[in-house]
Write a protein that binds this ligand. Structure first.
Ligand code: NDP
Ligand code: 2IT
Length: 449
């Protein structure tokens, strides 16, 4: 195991987020390899950590003033043992190959846990949609798809949204794909409802995370009712996490963006959430504007140089990070524990640093890693693909019922895998082991390819 890690680090020393994601898996699947010597003989760890294909390309585009810009585009097709590659696209200035590989790697395990037939991939660009006009975003998306289209397809690789890629971007990307291929297929998920999208897909990641949190609480005969919650982010995942918590009788007190966070001790109710949705999705404004509307709330700017995020330093029962990777470090984790938080459920991908995860596990909190807790998004993407294949669409209740069942089943799968290996209740080990075994068995069935 140590050899694998040092090999990966030596090969791509700058890809730190990828090392972090791999290290977590390597640290938990040791007992699985010990039990199955064939896995070692077949070098499954070496194979599963090397992407099947990496595509990196130039994305030139022109802004509204006629100035030419060049961004870098990526698609990391990590593993197709279980089905066509599947995973989101992220547009954010921080995007680089290491981040794409970490996200694609996590996606393989997450997709495996959903029980649907999907391999794992991730893509995106260092393009920043913030402050760009709709026309500029459209030109960028068209240029991005002018290269990506030849590498994807409904049975090959099906992208979706992630940070910076929502309904607007998926529309522009789909339009260009359709024009280039002269095909109307289910090649992207997260499409708008009236041209092939699925009901509940926008809600799915956030709702799914709260369904997972409810399942964890149920193991302690508890529910979300009257729980006070800290939520970070204010985009797609955060918004629908808050919506479901409110519906289940909980109280959310915080939301954030990359500039700072708001604290509303009276709770963010349905009316205030509607304001946030309009602010973020239509006006594309900043979360600080919340306090202009709701005077009781307090806005705190957060300087990344501070070294910790004061959002995580308030008394609450639950924490649901829904912004980005490594947004909870050891100091934040210690603050959460000191403030009495009983449950941490990750809507974002890898939001807790390894040191923070160790603190949660040591304190025996109910702690759900993103690859299990936020799998509802890609699960409903899988359901969107199924509906597209049938040229049918299921009603809202049907999709929501399936989402709930899938989250329940992922929760049970994590517990059972943990039980098998003597670590019941450790959802990190449970998710990694269950995800890993399914993918690796499929890889072995399919030979050395
Ligand atoms: P959005 O773009 O809709 O929202 C992202 C939110 O996170 C914004 O509030 C953004 O603030 C904040 N944010 C982004 N980068 C940073 C940063 N570096 N520091 C602090 N805040 C940041 O994205 P989503 O809601 O879709 O994604 C949120 C998380 O959930 C990501 O980790 C994503 O990978 C994960 N996820 C998303 C799924 C989906 O279906 N969309 C599915 C599963 C996981 P600002 O506006 O200032 O950038
Ligand atoms: O991280 C993720 O699971 C996503 N961004 C959603 C991927 C998808 O294909 O719906």
């Amino acid at each position: 195991m140590d050899q694998i890690m040092s090999h990966i680090i030596e090969k791509d020393p700058e890809q730190r987020a990828f090392h972090q994601a791999v290290q977590e898996v390597v640290a938990t699947v040791g007992p699985v390899l010990d039990r199955n010597l064939e896995y070692r003989k077949q070098a499954v760890l070496k194979r599963i950590t090397e992407p099947e294909r990496v595509i990196m390309f130039r994305v030139p585009w022109m802004d509204d003033e006629g100035q030419v810009h060049v961004n870098r585009g990526f698609r990391v097709q990590m593993n197709s043992a279980l089905g066509p590659y599947k995973g989101g696209l992220r547009f954010h200035p921080s995007v680089n190959l290491g981040i794409m590989k970490f996200l694609a790697f996590e996606q393989v395990f997450k997709n495996s846990l959903t029980t649907l037939a999907m391999g794992g991939s991730k893509g995106g660009s260092d393009f920043d949609p913030k402050g760009k006009s709709d026309t500029e975003v459209m030109h960028f998306c068209q240029s991005f798809m002018a290269e990506l289209f030849r590498h994807i397809g409904a049975d090959t690789d099906v992208p979706a949204g992630d940070i910076g890629v929502g309904a607007r971007e998926i529309g522009f990307l789909f339009g260009m794909y359709k024009k280039l291929k002269n095909e109307f297929t289910g090649v992207l998920t997260g499409k708008s409802l009236n041209w092939g999208g699925s009901l509940i897909r926008p809600e799915a990641t956030g709702y799914g995370a709260v369904y997972f949190a409810s399942e964890m609480l149920a193991t302690r005969s508890d529910t979300m009712e009257n729980k006070t919650c800290l939520v970070s982010g204010s985009g797609n995942v955060a918004q629908f996490t808050v919506e479901k918590i409110i519906e289940l009788g909980g109280k959310v007190m915080t939301l954030s963006d990359s500039s700072g966070y708001i604290l509303d001790e009276q709770g963010i109710d349905a009316g205030k959430l509607a304001f946030v949705k309009h602010l973020k999705n239509v006006k594309r404004g900043r979360i600080s504007e919340y306090t202009e509307q709701y005077k009781n709330a307090v806005y705190t700017p957060v300087d990344p140089a501070l070294g910790h995020n004061p959002l995580w330093d308030h008394k609450a029962d639950c924490a649901l990070p829904c912004a980005t990777q490594n947004e909870i470090n050891s100091q934040d984790a210690a603050n959460l524990v000191r403030n009495g938080v009983q449950l941490v459920c990750e809507g974002a991908n890898m939001p807790s640093t390894p040191e923070a995860v160790d603190i949660f596990l040591d304190c025996k909190l109910l702690y759900a890693p993103g690859k299990a807790a936020n799998a509802g998004g890609v699960a409903v993407s899988g359901l969107e693909m199924a509906q597209n294949s049938m040229r049918l669409s299921w009603p809202r209740q049907e999709v929501d019922k399936r989402l709930k069942q899938i989250m329940k089943s992922i929760h049970k799968t994590c517990l059972d895998a943990g039980e098998d290996y003597g670590v019941r209740g450790n959802y990190v080990a449970g998710a990694n082991i269950a995800g890993f075994v399914k993918v690796v068995n499929a890889m072995l069935d399919q030979g050395l390819v």
